[in-house]
Design a protein around this ligand. Structure first.
Ligand code: FAD
Ligand code: PYC
Length: 417
């Protein structure tokens, strides 16, 4: 029997739609595009979708070196929340949250967005103070967040060990109840379908190897498989590869590429109907609709482009999980994988024009870009369409690394950088 990847099955199931063949068109049309987007991950596909839907720009190509959704968009642990500390990021992530709330209807594709709540555990008095501060700051920005004490937490999450017998007793938590998770590959597919149906060319197996720049203005990109493809504007949305792409254009970005890994257990009956994160013991867990326990922690501290991580991190993560949820200690691990994330000095993204005219970057989302996918695509589409930053994107310009207006979100990033 012929074996198909999940993506092949998806492709076959929808290829009757007249616009779908655009994704597999070969050879690539010899034309000049209005906009090229480099990177067919979540943010690139969302950008193409909103450019077509909201700005009526459809002469667009998304160039992806592998297959659509082969990067972080389909490797993440799907946590969606908007409880960031500073005004600039709270507004940006809350913009994304509002789009999440209508996304399945908008795309006419079920992205399984589930607002099951995300808890940030407090194990020390300082954790309580930090989370209270975050909660007050969020409320001032119209973002829901609340504190719960250990007793209430135990009632809400029976699986969590809130006793005083643990090494790092749990004193309480902040919880964003509108937060939750979603199905990551459905997000990539939904945006891809929505963009393709509006006429966007989604070109897979097309690796950008250089930028074509004349008089300090981008005029196209050089690709490994299809030579030069011309465009008036280029948006680079390549997550963990953004530093490499910036070098091609002749400038440097303050980003580092790190592995970030996660694992799932064997599927078990439902035991956890929410998302629990602890920065202190350093692990987080939810349960997928299939029954797997979805587990992760912080980045591997070394730099690298390998889409996998080291074993020591997994051991540390699993120790943290068993500390919080002793009842899962005998559950077996099923799979482990990694992605490459691009971190910035202030744990905030870069959505910005660059020293090269017509070339824009959207990167630096680090460990937290899945939740931002709709918002990131939405504001980047406006930025590319207008040739200047959308107002929510303005604070995230690369200028902030020159003028010092950093937006430090290490605390709210929730996983260690
Ligand atoms: P990607 O999907 O990585 O897209 C970038 C694309 O660019 C890739 O497909 C790549 O192949 C392509 N590309 C690169 N170079 C080139 C080139 N030269 N030419 C053409 N194409 C190129 N975030 C959350 O909010 N919540 C979470 O729970 C969460 N968990 C995570 C867990 C893990 C294990 C990982 C790895 C990440 C996690 N993240 C999470 C972070 C989130 O996944 C990323 O920030 C986000 O997906 C990055 O944006 P993207 O989807 O566009 O990236
Ligand atoms: O940003 O909430 C987050 C997150 C969880 C896991 C990785 N990132």
């Amino acid at each position: 029997m012929q074996k198909y990847s999940a993506f092949e099955l998806f492709k076959n199931s929808v290829s009757h739609h007249e616009n779908w063949p655009r994704m597999w068109e070969n050879p690539v049309p010899k034309k000049k595009y209005d906009i090229i987007i480099i990177g067919g991950g979540g943010h690139g596909l969302a950008t193409a979708y909103y450019l077509a839907k909201e700005h009526g720009i459809t002469n667009i190509a998304v160039l992806e070196k592998g297959h659509l959704g082969s990067g972080n968009i389909c490797r993440n642990t799907t946590i969606v929340r908007s409880n960031y500390l500073w005004d600039e990021s709270a507004h940006l992530y809350e913009h994304a949250m509002k789009l999440w709330e209508g996304l399945s209807q908008d795309l006419n594709y079920n992205v399984m967005f589930s607002q099951r709540g995300v808890y940030h555990l407090c194990h020390t008095l300082q954790d309580i103070r930090d989370n209270e501060r975050l909660t007050y700051a969020n409320r001032l920005n119209g973002v829901d967040n609340e504190m719960v004490d250990a007793e209430q937490l135990q009632r809400e999450i029976p699986l969590l060990d809130c006793s005083d017998k643990t090494r790092f007793p749990i004193l309480g938590a902040s919880v964003q109840r509108r937060a939750g998770n979603a199905r990551h590959d459905a997000v990539a597919w939904g945006y891809a379908r929505g963009a393709a149906m509006r006429g966007v060319d989604l070109i897979q197996n097309c690796e950008v190897t250089d930028m074509v720049i004349e008089n300090n203005t981008i005029v196209g990109v050089k690709t490994k498989q299809h030579g030069v493809i011309k465009a008036d504007r280029v948006g680079c949305v390549t997550a963990g590869h953004s530093g490499v792409m910036a070098k091609m254009a002749g400038f440097e970005l303050p980003v580092e590429s790190h592995p970030l890994q996660a694992l799932v257990s064997e599927p078990i009956k439902p035991v956890l109907d929410t998302v629990v994160m602890s920065n202190h013991v350093h692990g987080y867990m939810s349960q997928s609709n299939k029954g797997d326990l979805v587990i992760g922690a912080g980045i591997d501290s070394y730099l690298g482009y390998g889409q996998r991580g080291s074993y020591s991190i997994i051991e540390h993560t699993v120790q943290a999980i068993v500390e919080m949820f002793p009842e899962v200690s005998r559950v077996r691990m099923n799979r482990q994988w990694g992605g490459i994330v691009d971190t910035t000095p202030d744990a905030c993204p870069i959505i910005s024009a660059t020293p090269v005219k017509g070339l824009f970057f959207n990167c630096g989302w680090g460990t937290g870009g899945f939740k931002a996918t709709p918002g990131s695509g939405h504001v980047f589409a406006a930025t590319l369409a207008q040739g200047k930053a959308h107002e929510l994107a303005e604070p995230f310009s690369i200028e902030r690394f020159h003028n010092g207006a950093l937006i430090d979100e290490h605390g709210a990033a929730a996983v260690a950088h």
